[in-house]
Every structure is written in C-alpha cells, then in structure tokens.
Design a protein around this ligand. Structure first.
Ligand code: PMP
Length: 425
C-alpha cells in the first residue's frame, strides 16, 4: 500500500494528479478483497458463518442444526452450565468491565487466582494473563528479545509469534518445519548471543507435534531460552491433557516459557505465560500488550478458572478426544482422503485445488457438517484443505455420521464429478 505513494522528498505525484481521494483508498481495499469476493460470488460463502445457537456437539446456523467439526473448543466445554454459572458469579462480584489496565486499577483478586491456578497446573512459579492469546505472543516475544538479540522460530509458527518476532527488532530467523539440523545450524551460528527459540507445541494447520526433547537439548547446548505455544496442545495431548510436557514426560523446568490461550480447550478468551518468577515479574513491567491494554473481564476469568478445574477433574477427556480423532482419521483414510499424520484434535483433509476444497466444503455443509476450508497464505498454496477438528463432546455415532457424509463426498468425487452432484442436491 505504502509503495503506491510517492516516496518522501521525491517529485510528488500530487502535483500532477492531486492528493489521493477516499475513493482511491476504497479501491485499494476492494482490490485486496477480490479473492474472497470471487468465492462468495461463486456461492461459496463459508468465511465468518454466524452461529445462532450452540448445544453440545451441535450448532445452529439460522434454524439449521449442524454437527460442529471445526471448533477450537477441543474438550467441548463451551456452554457447559457450570462454566456459564462461574462466569455469571464472576459478573455478580466484579461486573462486566475492568477498571483499566492490570498495572493501574484493573487487577481483580480473580486475575491473581487464575494466574496461580495456571502456574500450579503447569508446575511453574507464576503466570501472567493477557487479554488475548494473540497479544500474549506478540507482547511476550517482543519484550523478551530486542535489538542485538536473535529470535528463531519454526516456519509454521502461528502468525502472532511471527508478528512478535518482527515487532521485537531482534534478528528474526526461521528454520524449515520441525527441521532440527536447520535449527542447530542457526543456533551454532549465533551461539554466545541472547537467543530465544519459539515453537508451537501442536501446529494449528497440520496437527503435528514439535520434536520437543531434541529442541530442548539444542537450546541447552547453545544457551538459548525456549518458548512453547500450547494453544492447540493444552487439554489435548499428554495422558491427562496437560500438554506437550506431559506428552513427552519431560521434567517441570524443561520449557522456559509456556504460552497458552484461554480460547480453545479453555472455553473463554485470553492468553497466558507460565514461567519462573523473574520472567513473569519482568513481563508484567515490560510487555507492552499487557501494560497498555485493559484487563481481561471477570466473566472470562471466572469461566477460565472453572475450565482448569474441569480438566483436572475429568482426566479422561483428552484420551476420549484422541480416540474419536483416531476413529475419524482412520475412516477418512479408508475412504481415500489425503489426511496427513496428526497427533492432535486437528484433522487436515487435503484437496487438489481451492475449487475442489470449496465444493467439498459446500457438500459437507449441505449435508449438515460444519467444516471450514483453509487456503494460502494460512497453508501452502498447493495444499488447500478442509481443516476439520474433533472435540470430546462428539459421540462415536456422530463421528460415523460425519464419515458417511465424507463417504458420499468420495462417491461424488469419483463417480459423478462433484459439481454435478452438488447441483443435483
Ligand atoms: N497461538 C496459536 C498457535 C493459535 O492458533 C492462536 C489462535 N488460533 C493464537 C496463538 C492466538 O490465540 P487467540 O485466538 O486466543 O488470540
């Protein structure tokens, strides 16, 4: 966008054309929307579908009941009465807003109680809660490293980590997905400097897991601090859903900085870091997205606390979720779908083109399955996909009924051509 403007000090195009009008700006924005508008005009309006109501594993779109297979609420906790009640009780005590930022008047007892709960859950000294998961990554990475430092990330890290790395002003380097040789080469090259390595525990578009024990060894060997994003691992991996540390059976201090969101398995909103006391104290005074942004509202805090209590109590949920995931993945592969290896609740179903992915999404939606398509730049250009998810609130029968929709889709693809079958529907 900026490149369309004449550079400062150059012969100004305004002299010939006059200053840009609002219409010039709107044209630019419209141009950027061409791709999504093209999908919409072709009848494929699957982005931002509004949900009217939710109950268990189902959602209502308008008055249509659909099986939800795109939710981040991996443990199926959204709308559980005891969580709603905890949110209501928090509102009764504190109201709906905060009195500002945490460092001034915005800290409730409930914030500190949630932070203690998170620290205890992850066996850390302390925790800090931010108002969103995105802000947690952005503000934390940017506070931990700066000019003259090095920050190294997996190429498939979430956008909030990438933005934090860029925002930090540190030398930002990436290694190919899960490629330990490349990570080691970068660490070796910069050994002796302050280095932060940041990875996702579970990669959100692939569903695979970071090779953490090896990454930890490399960080120790080359003197780097390690930060791990547990957004898609909390509640999902590890025997009782405690995330990647439990999954690999690692000691408590194996990960220097554990990041997580309160918006996925935890049916709330917000994000957190659990770490050593010095790190948490430092972030509370130096992470700009914490210092200068309003505190998380009490309802979100109350709901989040109740979800941690449920994960501790219902230790079987993570195992149940993984069993359902296996049933779904095995079924899809038997039907001939391309499903890469996944160890999480994320089930990517790869198609050969965006058009085919859109038509497959439309077919699933028409048949009562709420799934979403994902395209470049969220995933590689040649790997468009339906990014399905499995949640613990689904039943075996519901997975079977989802598979029967995919079976019909597979028949449509091979026998009649998907477009024709969809038109006949
Ligand atoms: N990290 C990862 C890996 C994510 O997938 C997301 C969001 N999907 C975030 C951070 C940001 O979390 P939130 O949506 O809670 O802001």
């Amino acid at each position: 966008f900026l490149s369309r403007r004449a550079p400062a000090g150059s012969a100004c195009s305004c002299k010939e054309k006059g200053p840009l009008s609002q219409a010039d700006y709107l044209d630019f924005f419209k141009e950027k929307l061409q791709r999504i508008n093209h999908f919409r005009e072709a009848g494929h309006d699957y982005f931002g579908t509004a949900i009217a109501h939710q109950e268990g594993s189902h959602v209502w779109v308008g008055d249509r009941k659909m099986l939800m297979m795109a939710s981040y609420s991996y443990l199926g906790l959204i709308n559980r009465p005891e969580i709603n009640q905890a949110a209501e009780e928090a509102i009764q005590s504190y109201g709906t807003g905060a009195h500002g930022v945490r460092l001034l008047a915005g800290t409730f007892d409930a914030h500190r109680e949630l932070e203690h709960e998170i620290a205890d859950f992850f066996h850390a000294d302390d925790a800090i809660v931010y108002s969103s998961g995105f802000m947690t990554n952005l503000a934390t990475v940017a506070a931990l490293v700066g000019k003259g430092d090095v920050v190294i990330g997996d190429e498939l890290n979430h956008a909030s980590i990438v933005d934090g790395c860029q925002f930090s002003a540190a030398n930002f380097l990436m290694f190919a997905h899960n490629n330990l040789e490349e990570l080691e080469a970068l660490l070796k090259e910069h050994a002796g400097k302050r280095i932060l390595v940041v990875v996702d525990a579970v990669y959100s578009m692939e569903g695979d897991i970071a090779p953490l024990p090896e990454i930890i060894d490399l960080c120790r060997q080359y003197g780097a601090l390690l930060m791990v994003d547990e957004a898609h691992s909390l509640g999902v991996i590890g025997e009782t859903g405690r995330g990647i540390q439990e999954h690999f059976n690692l000691p408590d201090d194996a990960i220097d900085i554990k990041m997580g969101t309160l918006s996925k398995s935890i049916a709330s909103c917000g994000g957190f870091i659990a770490a050593k006391q010095e790190i948490i104290d430092y972030l509370k005074c130096n992470a700009r997205g914490f210092i200068f942004s309003a505190a998380l509202p009490a309802a979100q805090v109350g709901a989040a606390r109740k979800c941690f209590e449920i994960i501790r109590r219902e230790k079987h949920l993570a195992g149940r979720l993984r069993k359902l995931r296996d049933q779904f993945v095995t079924g899809l592969r038997e039907l001939g779908f391309d499903v890469p290896p996944t160890e999480s609740a994320v089930v990517p179903i790869i198609f050969s083109s965006e058009q085919e992915t859109l038509e497959a999404t439309g077919f699933c939606r028409k048949n009562g399955l709420f799934v979403v398509p994902v395209f470049y730049p969220a995933v590689p250009m040649d790997k468009p996909r339906i990014r399905a998810t499995v949640t613990a609130s689904l039943t075996e029968d519901e997975i079977d009924s989802a598979l029967s929709v995919f079976q019909a889709l597979s028949i449509a693809r091979t026998q009649k051509g998907l477009s024709r079958l969809m038109n006949a529907n």
